[in-house]
Design a protein around this ligand. Sequence first.
Ligand SMILES: Cc1cc2nc3c(=O)[nH]c(=O)nc-3n(C[C@H](O)[C@H](O)[C@H](O)COP(=O)(O)OP(=O)(O)OC[C@H]3O[C@@H](n4cnc5c(N)ncnc54)[C@H](O)[C@@H]3O)c2cc1C
Length: 377
Amino acid sequence: MARRAAGRRLAILGAGHAHLDVIRRLRPLTHAGVEVTIVDQDDFWYSGLATGMLGGQYEVEHDRISVETLAKRVGARFIRDRITQVDPTARVVHLAGGKALSYDVASLDLGSGVPVDRVEGLGLNAFPAKPIRRLAKLRADLTRRVQPGNGRPPQPPRILVIGGGATACEIALNLRALADRLNAQAFITLVTSGDRLLNTFPESASQTITDLLHHRAITVRSRVAVDRVEPGEAVLSGGDRIGYDLVVAAIGLVAPPLIGRLGLPTSNEGRLLLDPFLRSIQEPTLFAGGDCATLDRTNLPRIGVVAVRQARVLAHNLRATFLGGRLRRYRPQRRWLQILNLGDGTGLACWGPFSFRGRAMLAWKDLLDRSFLNQFR
Ligand SMILES: Cc1cc2nc3c(=O)[nH]c(=O)nc-3n(C[C@H](O)[C@H](O)[C@H](O)COP(=O)(O)OP(=O)(O)OC[C@H]3O[C@@H](n4cnc5c(N)ncnc54)[C@H](O)[C@@H]3O)c2cc1C
């Protein structure tokens, strides 16, 4: 089998949550002579620590892993570049730097982005919640703004967070945590068009977060959409205007446009449709995982927990494809644990219809996140 694998080419496209463990487990393939190339435009940024990093609980460096180092360790080649197109028929990947990369089998993990084009001016003026590298920039920006300069005390910055899901609430709370750490004041407002915060979480979690935002002096305006974002001011449906110094977009996540250009079947949300073995339902030489793809019959949530679970199946199936053996089916979890970092030393753990808040929950999250990351350091 190993002889048959020698000289064949595997392209690992994107090094996100669904690929990190795949990369760590590449040794048997490179050992058998498979030429493995990993392409990503960035390092790996871990979403589990993202809001804690924003709030100053973790150093920025703690949230990222060097993909280049990981690749070297397993004998793979790493190219830091932006993928502009994948042609699954010709089996070629085009890169922004001008290179083209041919492959026999590829696996896609290009994640998701905030659909900033849905609101006029949002893309120009806001920090998107993703890529997570931008949250490190947001932290640096807020820190700079609250440093006194020229002997004058700075004006408290006005921060506007748009969105009402877990990411928006965690970001608002951790911006408050960062301001507190810096002994600074900040006016924080969260605007959501929904009528309940965390509307995909249990009712008890919504109530906890609503009370906490109030307690942390974060103004919440619900049932109102942001129509337009101008420099320094957001215009709400109904005409109200909110002035801001920093604006953050956490209005959900969508698949990258590149997925729509593959010419392969996608879901109505633009995610690549996969069979149970995590291959495109039309093109068996193209595997995928994470937010950019979903199962043909089950719409998967866009969360890191799903991507990390898929990594084990992807690693096995890529090995089986080159070295022989049966492909393994990916079976989505029916329930999953999510722990939100509330920025005040407590966490909110949600599992199915249950939610629990406390310091122990954050300590638990910290333990899970550290042990995940330690596998790759
Ligand atoms: C602030 C925030 C906090 C979150 N917290 C949690 C949490 O606590 N728990 C949880 O389960 N989920 C959380 N999520 C969701 C989680 O981030 C995603 O579900 C997860 O990142 C999906 O992983 P992925 O493998 O699909 O993509 P990602 O991990 O985003 O990786 C995609 C990779 O593809 C690369 N890439 C993309 N396009 C290109 C291109 N054209 N060329 C080259 N490289 C490219 C990127 O650089 C990136 O490395 C959070 C999301 C946000 C925004």
